[in-house]
Design a binder for this molecule. Structure first.
Ligand code: AMP
Length: 425
């Protein structure tokens, strides 16, 4: 019996991997413009890190983590998201001591959640995310939002919607929390078991429940926006003012809560509105997490970030029918005839490749016609044909596959000749 790939994971095969490289490249370039630097953290961390940051009452911590004991009996967890690890590293490496603040970082790597797999939802997925740690200025919130919208714009997306909300500061959240408890308590028996325990621990998370989404009390629940204190309201207004100044369209949705515990003030999501994108429309999620750094043992510095999965970005590009701006191509295919010529191509191929020309040859002992077919399949721009006769006189024939033109060049001039022809195109 053959062993199959684990549920919820996927192989990214050649032909598709180019799409990944392309969107990752776009995201990295935009990060460079905004001065966010790459950070790479381990794939696994101490389980406690996620319990303390993501939150004990979240679906991620309660149901979705890949947690295991190592041989030293330590509890480790495959990272389910990126922020906790970045903040851990920020604290551990004392990045707050760097005079350049805020610390602006991006990451790109696999995350793991034991979720029910469906279109757009995997158990291993790649998140691209950024964090700006060390500033509580609404302008940095606007910068973070502008950055993600720039990535989507560079990828060609048009049918997207930015949704923002404010979760307020500690004081605002406390007032809102009390209002939520009053609202739900009398009829909490009609809600799922998870929501019942959330009422005590974190009633805000009831608003994010997938099971009770349609309960009538959800629509009438008190809005956080009515409980923002002056500071939180002014902060949120500033963020909106900056977004407007940047001409970035957005809508305010007071029910936007986000699934992780550590958020406050600005919370946001980007949704795809493309037809056929699928049931899950969220492309990106993020927000401000002012208490997280101190919660993880660092100084009391604020932070904000977002993450999106490459899987959903690619799906959104395809749902909008945007053409991929690349095709796999090959500079030169070497066709050889006869044993001696075949031997000769070993070194010739090596020289071409080392000169920066992508080159390929036949290794299946194919006839000339089949070699030409292979060159076509690989979209070769040029085919260089070396027969015994040419070899005798140190010549080789180069055919331009677009124009059909052929010319003979000296064997030791092939690299230079091809370079000239490639530049001329
Ligand atoms: P979260 O960390 O849950 O706020 O998710 C942030 C973003 O990560 C989402 O908007 C998705 O783009 C992506 N994402 C989260 N979970 C998955 C998953 N299971 N499969 C694919 N992408 C995901």
């Amino acid at each position: 019996m053959s062993v199959k790939i684990p549920r919820g994971t996927q192989d990214i095969l050649p032909g598709t991997v180019e799409k990944w490289q392309y969107v990752e490249q776009i995201a990295k370039e935009v990060c460079r413009n905004y001065q966010y630097k790459e950070i790479r953290t381990p794939i696994f961390e101490h389980t406690e890190l996620f319990q303390r940051s993501v939150g004990d009452t979240t679906d991620i911590v309660q149901k979705e983590m890949y947690t295991f004991k190592d041989r030293g009996d330590r509890s480790l967890t495959l990272r389910p998201e990126g922020t906790a690890a970045v903040v851990r590293s920020f604290v551990e490496n004392k990045m707050f001591g760097d005079p350049n603040q805020p610390t602006k970082l991006f990451y790109n790597g696999p995350m793991f959640r034991y979720e029910r797999p469906q279109s757009g939802r995997y158990r291993q997925f790649v998140q691209f995310g950024i964090e700006a740690i060390g500033s509580e200025d609404p302008a940095i919130d606007a910068e973070v939002l502008a950055l993600v919208m720039d990535i989507y714009e560079a990828a060609g997306l048009k049918q997207i919607k930015l949704v923002v909300n404010s979760l307020g500061d500690v004081e605002s959240r406390k007032a809102h929390r009390e209002a939520l408890v009053q609202h739900f308590q009398p009829r909490i028996g009609e809600f799922c078991g998870d929501c019942q325990s959330r009422l005590e621990k974190n009633p805000l998370r009831i608003l994010d429940c997938k099971k009770d989404r349609d309960h009538e009390l959800m629509a009438t629940a008190p809005s956080i926006l009515d409980y923002l204190n002056d500071y939180s309201r002014t902060y949120f207004e500033k963020v909106q003012k900056y977004l407007t100044a940047l001409n970035i369209d957005f809508v305010v949705d007071p029910t936007l809560v986000r699934g992780l515990d550590y958020y406050n003030h600005t919370a946001f999501e980007v949704m795809s509105e493309a037809e056929g994108f699928g049931a899950i429309t969220t492309l990106c999620g993020g927000g401000r997490y002012n208490g997280l750094v101190s919660q993880l043992g660092g100084p009391d510095v604020p932070g904000i970030g977002f993450a999106f999965s490459i899987e959903r970005l690619i799906a959104a590009i395809e749902a909008e029918g945007i053409d991929w701006p690349f095709e796999s191509s090959l500079d030169c295919y070497l066709v050889s005839l006869g044993e001696e010529a075949k031997d000769y191509t070993v070194k010739l191929l090596y020289d071409l490749r080392r000169a920066g020309i992508s080159a390929e040859r036949d290794y299946q002992d194919r006839k000339m016609k089949a070699q030409f077919k292979a060159a076509d399949r690989l979209h070769a721009r040029f085919v260089a044909i070396l027969g015994e006769d040419e070899l005798q006189v140190n010549k080789i024939n180069v055919k331009d596959m677009q124009t059909g033109e052929q010319q003979e060049v000296a064997l030791d001039q092939l690299v230079d000749a091809l370079k000239t022809m490639m530049e001329a195109k």
